[in-house]
Each structure stands twice: as structure tokens, then as C-alpha cells.
Design a protein around this ligand. Structure first.
Ligand SMILES: C[S@@+](CC[C@H](N)C(=O)[O-])C[C@H]1O[C@@H](n2cnc3c(N)ncnc32)[C@H](O)[C@@H]1O
Length: 269
């Protein structure tokens, strides 16, 4: 695992920026969800298909997860809390969402207060140092976030520690399919998102296995990532030309195989 040039404080400041959150809500997803889309119609998806495709990804993960009303789920890097609240609504499970950003945790708590019957709580914590007992969750869930965690191996080990035996860890994350990335990729994609080149799909699977997980499912989602950036490029174009240009570059970097997207479903053995 390559060391990150960025710090947790940099990441916290990025996501605590309330103006940035509002900007993303205007074109990415109105609820403040910040992950990528899973398209039914990959070849001819249009900008208006993007937000529904993000919601479709939630549904896909839930279908794979085996989460029921008896489950106790940890959402790692829950952002504005949408998936945590939705999971509790869909299944009746208990969810604890953690995130490093206090402004996202405030937003998540405020949204959850509209649904007092749900068993959902949010805490400002780092994924690298979870304040939970060993074996205290049946599931750990994460979307579009682990690449932001600079000590990723520590966070993966923490997810393993807090799961009970047979517990399920399911997540999607970015990958670096190549050994070396170009200067353009580094400048317009990696540095913009404050992360350093990370695991390939194969390295990710090996790391999870070494940490004591059995990989039950792995999926290369890169085509869906590429389509996501093609569409957010369109969606941001009128109001946020600079950001739209950065999304176009990101699409190109994915097409050239210097950035990918993966899904893993693992069991703690
Ligand atoms: C792109 S957002 C995704 C948020 C959410 N999962 C979603 O799909 O909307 C990435 C999130 O990772 C969080 N994050 C980054 N580093 C973290 C850390 N060390 N511990 C917990 N959360 C972290 C950020 O604050 C941010 O909310």
C-alpha cells in the first residue's frame, strides 16, 4: 500500500465545506448523496439517469447484503446519512453511521430527527479508530469513501475487528488499475480528490484476504464510473465550468485505465 501525501485534516476540511456540499447537491444528487451510479442502460444513459443510478446502487448493495431487521450495521464514512436512514427504513435494522466531517454528521442527525421511529444514530469518528467493541456489528457498509482514508489498511482492519464472526463487509471504492499513473491523472484526479494511487482490484482482494476476510463477490464497476463522470460533466457544465472540466478529465483517466471502481462483498472468517 502506497502512503498518502495528504492528511486526515485536509480531508476533514474538504468535507466540512458547507458551500461545497450545497454545490454538489445542485447537480450530483439533491439529497447530498455522493457516490456513483449503477446504470441499467450503460450505453445510452442520459444526465437525468444519473441520480436514479446512484439510488440503484444502494438497492443493489442492499440486495447483496443480507441485512434484515435483526442486523446491526456500521456505515463507514456515511456522509449526509442518506444510505443509513434508507437502510433502516427498508429493513428495520439498526444503523450507526460514522464520518470524519462534523458538518455531514450534523446534516445526517438533522435528517434522522424527521424519522424518530428509526434506529439510526450518527457519530463523528474516524474509520481508522472506531470506538466500538470487538464483534459488535453484523454488517459494515461503505460507499464511495474508503479512498479518502489515508491509513486505509488500518480502516479495513478496524472494519474486521468490529464485525462478529460471519459478519459481512460490503463496500465500493476507487482502484488504481495500473502501477504508475501519469502526471495528468495525478493533477486532475488524484490531487483534486486528495488521494494517492491505491490498490488494483487484485491487490484489494489480496489485502482483504490477508486481513481475515473471505471475498464472496468482487465486481469491476469501472464502466459505470466512467459513465457517471461523463454525466456529471454534463450536469455541472452550465453553472460550474471548472468542475465540469475536471469531471471530463476524470472520465478520460478512467477510460485510459488509470482509475477504476470496485465492489467487494466479504465475510469475516
Ligand atoms: C465522497 S463522500 C461519500 C459519502 C457517503 N458514503 C455517500 O455515499 O454519500 C466521502 C466521505 O468519506 C468521509 N471520510 C473521509 N475520511 C474519513 C475517515 N478517516 N473516517 C471517516 N470518514 C471519512 C468524508 O467526510 C466523506 O463524507
Amino acid at each position: 500500500m502506497k502512503e498518502s501525501a495528504f492528511t486526515e485534516a485536509d480531508t476533514e476540511a474538504l468535507f466540512d465545506d458547507r458551500e461545497r456540499d450545497q454545490r454538489f447537491r445542485s447537480f450530483w444528487h439533491p439529497d447530498g448523496s455522493l457516490h456513483w451510479g449503477y446504470f441499467e442502460n450503460l450505453a445510452d444513459a442520459r444526465p437525468e439517469d444519473f441520480a436514479p443510478a446512484c439510488d440503484r446502487w444502494d438497492k443493489y448493495m442492499l440486495e447483496q447484503s443480507g441485512i434484515t431487521a435483526e442486523s446491526r450495521v456500521l456505515e463507514i464514512a456515511c456522509g449526509n446519512g442518506n444510505a443509513a436512514i434508507w437502510l433502516a427504513q427498508q429493513t428495520g435494522c439498526e444503523v450507526v453511521g460514522i464520518d470524519i466531517s462534523s458538518s455531514y454528521i450534523d446534516n445526517a442527525r438533522s435528517k434522522a430527527s424527521n424519522f424518530p421511529s428509526l434506529r439510526v444514530t450518527f457519530q463523528k469518528e474516524s474509520a481508522t479508530n472506531l470506538p466500538f467493541e470487538n464483534g459488535s456489528f453484523t454488517h459494515a457498509w461503505s460507499q464511495g469513501a474508503l479512498y479518502h482514508i489515508h491509513e486505509l489498511n488500518t480502516a479495513l482492519a478496524e472494519a474486521h475487528r468490529v464485525l462478529g464472526s460471519g459478519g459481512i463487509f460490503l463496500f465500493d471504492d476507487l482502484t488504481t488499475p495500473v502501477e504508475e499513473v501519469s502526471e495528468t491523472s495525478r493533477k486532475y484526479v488524484y490531487d483534486r480528490l486528495l488521494f494517492s494511487p491505491t490498490f488494483s482490484l487484485k491487490e484489494y482482494a489480496e489485502t482483504l484476504t490477508q486481513l481475515g476476510f473471505r471475498v464472496l463477490q468482487q465486481k469491476d464497476m469501472s464502466k459505470h464510473l466512467e459513465k457517471s463522470y461523463e454525466l456529471v460533466h454534463e450536469l455541472a457544465r452550465e453553472e460550474y465550468a471548472d468542475m465540469s472540466a475536471a469531471f471530463k478529465k476524470t472520465q478520460e483517466v478512467i477510460a485510459s485505465n488509470e482509475l477504476g471502481w470496485c465492489f467487494f462483498l466479504c465475510e469475516k472468517v
